[in-house]
Design a protein around this ligand. Structure first.
Ligand SMILES: [Zn+2]
Length: 390
């Protein structure tokens, strides 16, 4: 039989991770718009289309590659309301219990605002209402009711105003065709310190169970643990929790991404300049300098290449921790002293080498004792003199 060549792929990159390394899944099965039993009057002439799907070589996401918007619209408008197990997914104990465990961690009682995507049922939101949450939910056809502010619409297409402490999406993301619009809206709606939680069926689990068909026109996405993580992190979010690859459903809690400007090499380079600056400061003094705090910042000075052994004679090191008082810094003649008047009053400069969080207390104590020395601090600000007013 002559080959007709590969079918055109309208989705030519992975919607989860963006990779173009995708492999078409041999199929071509023509499936009806819905795959659940319907009443006899509706069972004939259900529109049908071939399923075209691909798998991503990078993240193992499986997804439909050809989606006809008209066909999808008809599916939801004419047939999806015939779905006989409307709340099955959220009531099924294998799905519900692991989700409730995540809620116990991330959705504790409080006066929080919450948005649930793909929900039009007050009962489904009872948990949040009982926790004292102010609840909003969006789903096509949703009708407003007293306890929950329902919005009739499609998340990502219908604008949702405001921002929320928690955003929940249960068995909804696998239905979403325009993933970019969905996550862009989520970026707007999730508060700076908010948490979103999504739950989707785990395709890997289905395939392992030996279920012969997992495809359906209403599901453009078939997630595995890796592809769900890829989809969420590639949209700029940071994953806080993701359950195991073998679970029936995948549950992921995530937040806005933290700042990506962390550059350890540049930061260490800056800190080395500070060490050099402090050593030059000590070199310039002819009188006594006290290092206050026998911690890591002190070690940076004592073992720095520019540190001179002749400085030991006019250097003292003190610490408030009695456990280390009287001990010596390794390979030096410097014993850790008590920060008493004898040491402090004999110095012209005191350098705070203890953790920054203790600086205000120590400065207050030194001032209260009438210590005359100039005080300098090593902190996230570098090496700075402490003002007399501090
Ligand atoms: Zn991928």
């Amino acid at each position: 039989m002559a080959s007709c060549g590969p079918d055109p792929i309208s989705r030519n990159a992975c919607p989860a991770c963006g990779s173009s390394e995708i492999i078409e899944i041999p199929s071509g099965d023509v499936l009806p718009a819905i795959l659940f039993p319907v009443e006899s009057a509706r069972a004939a002439d259900v529109p049908a289309r071939a399923i075209r799907a691909a798998a991503c070589s990078e993240c193992q996401h499986v997804f439909l590659t050809q989606i006809d918007p008209d066909f999808s619209a008809r599916l939801y408008a004419d047939y999806y309301n015939l779905y006989p197990f409307r709340t099955l997914e959220t009531l099924n104990v294998f799905y519900r219990e692991p989700f409730d465990e995540v809620l116990r961690v991330f959705c504790q009682p409080g006066s929080h605002s919450l948005l649930e995507i793909g929900c039009d049922d007050v009962q489904q939101m009872r948990y949040f209402l009982d926790q004292g949450y102010r609840c909003t939910a969006i789903n096509p056809g949703a009708e407003d009711c007293g306890d929950v502010h329902f919005i009739d619409g499609y998340y990502g297409l219908t604008v949702v105003e405001g921002d929320f402490d928690r955003i929940i999406s249960r068995f909804n993301l696998e239905h979403i065709v325009d993933i970019d619009a969905f996550f862009e809206q989520l970026q707007h709606n999730l508060k700076g310190n908010g948490i979103a939680i999504v739950q989707v069926p785990n395709a890997q689990h289905f395939l392992h169970l030996g279920v012969l068909n997992m495809f359906a026109h209403e599901h453009p996405h078939y997630f595995c643990r890796r592809s769900l993580a890829a989809m969420i992190s590639s949209r700029g979010f940071e994953i806080r929790f993701l359950n195991g690859a073998g679970e029936p459903s995948l549950i992921c809690a995530f937040a806005h991404g933290t700042d990506n400007t962390y550059d350890p090499l540049a930061r260490i380079g800056n800190l080395r300049r500070v060490i050099s600056q402090v050593c030059a400061f000590i070199a310039d003094r002819s009188d006594r300098v006290v290092l206050y705090g026998a911690g890591l910042s002190a070690t940076a000075l004592l073992y720095w290449s520019e540190f001179r052994a002749e400085w030991y004679d006019r250097l003292s090191i003190v610490d408030d921790n009695v456990v280390i008082q009287g001990r010596l810094m390794p390979n030096t003649p410097l014993a850790i002293g008590r920060p008493d008047d004898k040491v402090l009053q004999g110095a012209s400069s005191i350098i705070l080498t203890l953790s920054q969080q203790y600086h205000p207390t120590v400065i207050g104590r030194l001032r209260a004792r009438g210590v005359a020395a100039d005080i300098y601090a090593i902190s996230d600000n570098g090496f700075k003199a402490v003002s007399r007013d501090d």
